[in-house]
Design a protein around this ligand. Sequence first.
Ligand SMILES: *Cc1c(COP(=O)(O)O)cnc(C)c1O
Length: 219
Amino acid sequence: MGPDVAGVIVETVQGEGGVLPAPAGFLEGLRKLTEAQGALLMIDEIQTGVGRTGKFLGIHHSTVEPDALSMAKALAGGVPIGAMLCSEKLAQALPPGSHGSTFGGNPLASAVALAVLDEVEKRDLVGHSASVGAYLGERLERLMRYPAVSGARGQGLLRALELSEGVDARAVVADLREAGVLVTLAGQRALRFSPPLIITEEQVDEGVGVVEQVIGKLK
Ligand SMILES: *Cc1c(COP(=O)(O)O)cnc(C)c1O
């Protein structure tokens, strides 16, 4: 970090990197550093936003106010959309026409996003994500008694199970798919769980039960 750094972009929970939540104080430290250097702090909330981590935004687990943040994916419940939010001060740097995009601001995607946000609010899906997410976390932690599992971590409904060294993670993903559970690989050996925000505890039990069957068979 030095005066030549214009900005820092981070996720509050690294998604593809392995579902790695920022350690306590990390984002606050970044905010102090960027402020001291006159650099921007931008948060990528594309995976963590809209309740995924048990708060509306991942950054809400901290006291940090970023200069800008990005959202997409869940924002319109599957309809293609991307959004950038920024401070009033930064917005002045982007006058009309300077930040163009063919389909930017399109009314259909925007209407869908508003409908999604209404549903999220009406059904308290953020609170639901926090409570069912904690439940999923406990269920995944219990799988650490199997030798094939070396760790469990995450926030809300963004979770990972770290597989032990020597386990063929790709084969586990394929076996899980065969058995009806869709997970992706994140980082080197982490199975990423990112279920719909409407998932119930019963459905978590069913899914984790399948995971347990597949993982329990591994050496
Ligand atoms: C998917 C994703 C992106 C890319 O989003 P687009 O809307 O496809 O540009 C960026 N960051 C993270 C963390 C993502 O998961």
